[in-house]
Design a protein around this ligand. Sequence first.
Ligand code: ADP
Length: 440
Amino acid sequence: MRLWSRELWRLLGWAALGTCLGWLLGLPGLGLAGGFAMCLVYHLRQLRAAYRWLTQRPQDEPPAARGLWGELFDRLYRYQKSQRITQSRLRSTLARIQESSEAMRDSVVMLDRHGDLEWWNSAASNMLGLQTAHDRGQHITNLLRDPRFISYFNARDYSEPLTLTSPIDERRILQYQITLYGDDERLVMARDITRLHQLEQMRRDFVANVSHELRTPLTVLSGYLETYGEMADQLPPRLGRSIGQMQAQTQRMQNLVNDLLLLSRLEIDQGGQDHQPMDVTSLLNSVGADALALSEHQHTLTIEGDYPAQLVGSEQEIRSAISNLAFNAVRYTPAGSEITLRWKAFGQGACIEVCDDGEGIDPVHIPRLTERFYRVDKGRSTATGGTGLGLAIVKHVLLRHDAQLQIDSHPGEGARFRCVFPATRLSTSATPPRSVPTVT
Ligand code: ADP
């Protein structure tokens, strides 16, 4: 405020001086105008000095000035200095972040809100083939052109990582993970999981080979046991019982080997070639008949299959999945229980449900039920002839059909296993709705 009033006094001083001089010359008005003009010239000169300082040599000391202009220059200078310090701090922080990202073995690529490349580390250059000179500012999908990456990138659901081969070296397997941050910007990280992938492949091959190798000796064993079984009446009773037990155990081993082989085929084989529209209702009828045969008609079975759409997929695989669910419903419920197989519209797509009114499952077990060899009650599963692989097979079959398994059960309230298929898996070649009678 003091500076302002001083500046005002300066203006008045110039005006008074001009007026006095003008009065002495007999032209007081002209003198007053001259006083104001001098004042204006002074301010214009300071303004020019400020303009030159800020535009031509902002890093220099400010121009020397007194009063209001001096204060203004001082404050601008101090503000500039503090900005420079903040900038250099930010620059060194950024440099440190880039340095640490540079040292990472995983690829890090920063994209702006449009998906254009802003920055990446040298691991990204090695793994993805990005070149600083050409690629900065390019859209990521111009450089990573695999359709699976493009649809993953555009879907904006990054909860699961994506595994693909490297765009520059087919032998390298990369796992992509995208994170959204800031103003819709994205951080793409890629990890080289070639070694992990090879180990996983070795595990699968090992299981498949061992299962395959076990098949022949088991067939020979069960063949001999069958022959001895037919001669049981000629053998001492103790030996006859042992042969019966050996037959049951060999059968269990054969089931286990078959399930292991099926699982590894589902894992290894990409599938999709044999996918055709199938009539789910007749499939449910046929699975239902097998389930009733297994239960020796001690269960009640209902089939509700009047949904007209056909399901596109591998009939053999879907049959195997639904049979597993239906046979479980027979094996884990007491005689007299009711089992329902249903094909109906669900959400945007459709679902196959296998429900029973048996003892049900405690919800604590549900998240782990599809793990290999996970059993709620080991003794019971073994007694019913279960291999512990049934639900793992169901999960894999559904994965290959873009479907999901939902399990809903509570102790004493039965169980519902629902296989949910998306609309893309349905074919609506207008088959008339059919109502199917209850089979008991
Ligand atoms: P298993 O060959 O032992 O039956 P699964 O993977 O098919 O293996 O099933 C895993 C476990 O889930 C079973 O051991 C059983 O305890 C439980 N289970 C599956 N279906 C049912 C059902 N309908 N009712 C009750 N429990 C079930």
